[in-house]
Design a protein around this ligand. Sequence first.
Ligand SMILES: Cc1ncc(COP(=O)(O)O)c(C=O)c1O
Ligand SMILES: N[C@@H](CCCC[NH3+])C(=O)O
Length: 430
Amino acid sequence: MLPFLPDNKNFSYRDNELWCERVPLKQIAEEFGTPVYVYSYNSIKKAFLAYQQALKPYPHLMCYAMKANSNIAIIHLLAKLGAGFDIVSGGELRRVIEASGDPKKVLFSGVGKIYDEIAYALENDIKCFNVESEPELERIIEVAKAQNKVARISLRVNPNVDAKTHPYISTGLKQNKFGIAIEDAPRVYEKASKSDFLKITGIDCHIGSQITDISPFLDACDKLLDLADVLKSKGIELDHIDFGGGLGIVYEEGQEVHHASELVEALHQKMENRGYGYLEMIFEAGRSIVGNSGVLVTEIQYLKEGETKNFCIVDTAMNDMIRPTLYQAWMQIAPLHVYPENCPIKEEIFDVVGPICETGDWLGKDRKLKVQPGDLLAVMSSGAYGMTMSSHYNTRLKPPEILVDGADYYVIREREKIEKLFSSEHIVEL
Ligand SMILES: Cc1ncc(COP(=O)(O)O)c(C=O)c1O
Ligand SMILES: N[C@@H](CCCC[NH3+])C(=O)O
């Protein structure tokens, strides 16, 4: 039986070899070395268009949360498909501009926006600041005043909804640092409405990531619409409602997720029923656009028999893909070549680990694999929160990124060079 693949359309086995679209992954590994991130353009496009098409009948803006994967080639291609962007730093806005994206379709989220970032975003006339606290609101007024501009804002409210996801990626509960408590929101909106330097355009929330159920989104929507009612009674009208991040994805066999259209329809139905069908619907989806569109290909260095466990030691590590270490996330690890049943290599159970000096440096535990040193493995579903969360720990260089489109492929990031790593460091003689 062939190993499970979360996106078995754009990643598939042909004659027991794993391909991305019409390219054998082995060919990419041979040409560019390992570890290497490989993305399927057609998978990204399909995932993005699933939201776009579902939203088409309604006023909408589909913003890609670029923290998931911010390679400028991907930003550029998504911008061409009509994407706006959700950013959390001035650096991410720089990327949008570099990639010829439209700043007027940019939302700026995040709890710690600094002066310079606010000024830069205002200069570039972004669509909206998602304000996460009262002091931030005051800072935005101050910067807008200095530029003699009007900043468009929405409040990111914390609806206190349980997203039923990992506690580290749950963001809409009272104890989380994000957003403004929903009970305080009417007062803060009133305050904002009095400033000549602000224009209230919307309402925003983001309750967490990797949410596979629609009900937390609907619960949050109810609370936002209750707030919209209160605001209306105070004469504050909104243009948009921003539901935050998108749906979760399939990492593991047997997991089920909803199609983007189910989420959009369910939310719109609720808006319509409550008299808000006219509001522009905004999503800040990241993971569901790129997550299953990427893999991290790695080469097995050693098979090591431990005292109680077998280890499959590969040449990628927690510095390239930190999700298992950070969230104990389960990610499928699939061999690039599947040996036939009758081959003498034995199937064994391994912990797949990297070379980093940490016990937490693992990619998968207790995985059944029929492999030998030199074989290649793909960490599936690595397109989101892979490269963007990578680091140089243990002075490891960042892997290249390759984008596949049909039978063609392109280097969208070169393998990092050690000289570049050292170029901003300086020896001092003391
Ligand atoms: C404010 C905000 N918007 C959007 C996202 C993207 O979420 P997801 O990748 O689950 O679609 C995140 C990440 O969780 C976020 O913090
Ligand atoms: N980085 C996380 C999700 C958090 C997203 C940022 N708000 C992950 O890999 O699952």
